[in-house]
Design a protein around this ligand. Structure first.
Ligand code: PGA
Length: 261
């Protein structure tokens, strides 16, 4: 049997409310026939689009998430959004530690850990994003960086909670308009190391945590990345923001996995 596949996109600071709703309506229509037992689809819109996003007609076909979250339930935290506020919207997941949060907004591993623990304790799926910078790669410490991002980010997570953890590996140098996609060989190496780290931390349960690859995923490289043994999904930015193109990428990726199984 083919592995279960995860496909998702973060809309970053793009798409207003109307554009988000129309994207979600199109995407769910295009992908309606794809069995959700085999394929998990998720979209992470802007905060302001979320109240409308959760009201779309085919809501059950897509997991919806927030791009960030404060870790306290309430308090003197101007500008933050609390887990209780996100719960009111019945969101499925919270993305934690996206590269742009870590590097543009200087979030630390310790903060990501607080957010992971808070998200899990409120019943969200926690999508922890990790990735090394270009400089860390040049200094040959990519593996150490990823390992510590996992170990600190998931510190205190219990075996019971692990079923709601997803990890996205997105090398910082591969993300965005100036990014270079990782080669399948490079991604395979890092994903294997990530899987070993998860198993060493959590035993067999660590083998079940979905590991997604992200960073300049596009129609030309999606198939070669999704078929890798420790890659369970693709986390796509620019190449997913047109629903029809994303649908094509998903179908081709799923077909490549089926052909390999
Ligand atoms: P990209 O973005 O696919 O446009 O490189 C990936 C991401 O930031 O998650």
């Amino acid at each position: 049997m083919s592995k279960k596949l995860y496909f998702g996109t973060n809309l970053k600071m793009y798409k207003n409310i109307a554009d988000t709703v129309s994207f979600l309506n199109d995407l769910t229509a295009y992908t309606e026939d794809l069995g959700r037992e085999e394929i998990e689809l998720f979209v992470i819109p802007s905060y302001t689009s979320l109240p409308d996003a959760v009201k779309i007609e085919r809501r059950h076909l897509v997991h919806l998430g927030a791009q960030n979250m404060g870790w306290e339930d309430q308090g003197q935290f101007t500008g933050e959004i609390s887990p209780l506020m996100l719960k009111e919207l019945r969101l499925d997941l919270v993305m934690i530690g996206h590269s742009e949060r870590r590097h543009t907004f200087r979030e630390t591993d310790y903060e990501e850990n607080l957010k992971v623990l808070s998200a899990l304790s409120h019943g969200f799926t926690a999508l922890l994003c990790i990735g090394e910078t270009e400089q860390e790669k040049e200094f040959g410490v990519s593996e150490e960086v990823l390992r510590s991002q996992i170990k600190i980010g998931l510190h205190g997570v219990t075996a019971d909670q692990l079923g709601k953890v997803w990890i996205a590996y997105e090398p910082v140098w591969s993300i965005g308009v100036n990014g270079t996609p990782a080669t399948p060989e490079y991604a395979a190496h890092m994903h294997k190391m990530m899987r070993e780290t998860m198993v060493s931390l959590f035993g067999d349960a660590g083998a079940e945590v979905p590991l997604l690859y992200g960073g300049s995923v596009n129609p030309g490289n999606a198939e070669s990345l999704i078929v890798l043994p420790n890659v369970d999904g693709l986390f796509v930015g620019r190449a997913a923001w047109n629903a029809e193109a994303f649908n094509t990428l998903i179908r081709k990726s799923a077909a490549a996995c089926a052909a390999k199984a």
